[in-house]
Design a protein around this ligand. Structure first.
Ligand code: HEC
Length: 187
C-alpha cells in the first residue's frame, strides 16, 4: 500500500497553517451511495409511478379465493355461518315442527304450551333461554327431571331444527299455557 502522502494530492492552499488533502471516498462507499440512488429511483418507479403492475390483480385474485372459500364453508354449514342464523332458517323451523310433533309434544304440548315438561313459548327458562343453552338442554337432556337427552336419537342437525321451531314459538301465547318456570331470558 502506498503511503498517505504519496496518494493524497494536497490542495494548493494553506489556511491558518491547515493543509487540505483530497482523500477520495473508498470505492465501496461510493458504490453504495450510487447504488441506493439507483435502487431508490427504481423503487419509486415500480411502486409509486407504475403502482407495481399486477399488484391489484393479485389482490383481487386473493380476495376472490377467500370469498370462494367462505362460501364453500357456508354451503357446507347449510348456507348460514352461525347457529343464530341457522336457527332462523324457515326451512329448519318447518322441519323442526314435524320433529317436535313426533318427539316433544307428548311432554311439552302440541303448541309447546307445556304439560309434563315446561312451557316453551314464554320468556322463562329453567336451563337458559339462549340458543346455545336450549341446544345444550335438548342435546344433553335433564335426565333427573324426565327430560330426555336427544343427542343419540335425533342427531345434531335435527336438534338444531327442533330448537329452531321451539324458538319460533316464543311469544305465541297458546291456550292452556303452563305457568312460567325458571328465570326470564331477554335477548
Ligand atoms: C318425557 C317427557 C319429555 C319429552 C318427550 C321431551 N321433554 Fe323437554 N323437558 C321435559 C321436562 C320434564 C323438562 C323440565 C326439566 C327440568 O325441570 O329441569 C324439559 C325441559 C325441556 C327444555 C328446557 C326448558 C327450560 O325451561 O329450560 C327444553 C328446551 C326442552 N325440554 C325441549 C324439548 C324438546 C325439543 C323435545 C323433543 C325433541 C323434548 N323437550 C322432549 C320433558 C320432556
Amino acid at each position: 500500500m502506498k503511503k498517505d502522502q504519496d496518494k493524497d494530492i494536497v490542495r494548493p492552499y494553506v489556511v491558518d497553517g491547515i493543509e487540505e488533502y483530497d482523500n477520495p471516498l473508498p470505492s465501496w462507499w461510493v458504490g453504495l451511495f450510487w447504488g441506493t440512488i439507483v435502487f431508490g429511483l427504481g423503487y419509486l418507479l415500480w411502486f409509486h409511478v407504475m403502482k407495481k403492475p399486477g399488484l391489484d390483480a393479485e389482490l383481487t385474485a386473493q380476495r376472490q379465493a377467500f370469498e370462494e372459500q367462505k362460501q364453500a364453508l357456508q354451503a357446507a354449514n347449510g348456507g348460514a355461518d352461525s347457529l343464530e342464523q341457522r336457527l332462523k332458517d324457515p326451512k329448519a323451523v318447518a322441519e323442526g315442527k314435524a320433529i317436535f310433533a313426533t318427539n316433544c309434544a307428548a311432554c311439552h304440548g302440541q303448541l309447546g304450551e307445556g304439560s309434563i315438561g315446561p312451557n316453551l313459548t314464554d320468556d322463562f327458562w329453567i336451563h337458559g333461554g339462549g340458543p346455545d343453552a336450549i341446544v345444550a338442554t335438548v342435546t344433553n337432556g335433564v335426565p333427573a327431571k324426565g327430560m330426555i337427552a336427544w343427542e343419540s336419537t335425533l342427531g345434531v342437525q335435527n336438534i338444531e331444527k327442533v330448537v329452531a321451531y321451539v324458538l319460533s314459538l316464543k311469544g305465541s301465547n297458546p291456550p292452556n299455557a303452563k305457568a312460567p318456570q325458571g328465570d326470564e331470558y331477554k335477548d
